[in-house]
Design a protein around this ligand. Structure first.
Ligand code: KDG
Length: 336
């Protein structure tokens, strides 16, 4: 029995290493495997659109196979990005926030209350400015092939309704691993803690934190109402997803395969934007029946904006003053 077991183990080991060999090096004659690492679960628009990407790639070529892993099965956002750099993972689709430690310019999205609707978002990202920013990723051993959508972020907590900025006082909020988010929530009076997405549900369940902020589809489909009672519409941040592929993987693809992968990432990105937006509407409807909901607006919204203004000013230079000004000009152009 022991002998059989060790033979089996060796067989498993070798098939795994040959599979890794395929994905990294792309041995001729065998399929190259593109694994996608996602933090969100298999109910979310992110996962559904990753399946769309798989379908688009696999219908165009027999040489590539796409495998989609959800719920942080492979890694959290930051570790997945590092794996791409090492060439030990092929694709990940993280939020931009944890990517700012690699490329600070992505921090424009972390400046609160600047992007206010999807029309402006599309006009800024689906054009030359979006392309220019995406090109900056390649300095880090990863290539951004497309803009996908996480969505507008809103606040939940287990303690009390948040109606005024004073209600945030001392509230323990999980943020993404991002300096500007920490500074912004501190400026609004909360007590923020950075944490990988993969640890978030347990932290809410065990009450080591009181609240968190994410787009409606995540709040609903990751079942946060099971551990959070209050939902506050703040729309404080527009959070993009970035479709990243390892430079090492890219180098191992033929010209034709690159074309297929890039086009599929863009087309599935369009699918993702539509699905995310539809789901944001339906998820909010569902959430209103499961949580106590209110919206920050009018004078109260102005108080939130005023509190984070010094943070915006402070981080302009970290991101790059000229680049932030270019971003602001793009927003203004889109508003006309
Ligand atoms: O797959 C994406 C998630 O890992 C993460 O980016 C979701 O917005 C998110 C968060 O709050 O960490």
């Amino acid at each position: 029995l022991l002998l059989m077991l060790s033979v089996l183990l060796v067989a498993c080991g070798s098939s795994e290493s040959s599979n890794n060999g395929n994905s990294a090096a792309g041995d001729s004659g065998e399929k190259k495997v593109l694994r996608i690492s996602l933090g969100l679960n298999d109910q979310t628009p992110l996962y559904q659109s990753s399946l769309k990407f798989k379908e688009l790639v696999e219908e165009k070529t027999d040489s590539l196979e796409v495998e989609v892993y959800h719920s942080g099965q492979i890694a959290d956002d930051r570790s997945a990005i590092e794996m791409l750099q090492f060439g030990t993972l092929e694709i990940t689709i993280p939020s931009t926030a944890p990517f700012t430690t690699f490329v600070p310019e992505y921090g424009i999205f972390d400046l609160p209350f600047l992007l206010t609707d999807t029309k402006i978002v599309d006009s800024v990202l689906q054009g030359p400015f979006g392309d220019k920013l995406a090109e900056k990723a390649s300095s880090q051993g990863v290539i951004q092939l497309a803009w996908w959508e996480n969505g507008f972020r809103n606040l939940t907590n287990s303690k009390k309704p948040i109606k005024t900025i004073d209600d945030l006082n001392g509230l323990k909020i999980r943020t993404m691993e991002n300096e500007i988010h920490l500074a912004a929530w501190s400026a609004m009076g909360a007590n923020p803690t950075p944490m990988a997405f993969t640890e978030l549900f347990t932290a809410m369940q065990q009450k080591t934190i009181d609240g968190q902020e994410n787009p409606y589809p995540t709040i609903h489909l990751e079942k946060y109402p099971e551990v959070q009672k209050y939902l506050t519409e703040t729309n404080h941040i527009y959070s993009p997803f970035i479709f990243l592929i390892s430079q090492k993987t890219w180098d191992g693809l033929t010209e034709e395969e690159r074309e297929i992968v890039k086009n599929a990432a863009i087309e599935a990105g369009e699918h993702n934007r539509n699905l995310s937006r539809e789901t944001a509407v339906s998820s909010l409807e569902e959430l209103k029946g499961l949580m106590e909901y209110n919206k920050i607006e009018g004078a109260e919204l102005e108080a939130f904006k005023a509190a984070v203004q010094p943070v915006i000013e402070k981080y302009k230079s970290t991101i790059g003053e000229d680049f932030v000004n270019e971003f602001l000009a793009e927003i203004e152009k889109a508003q006309q």
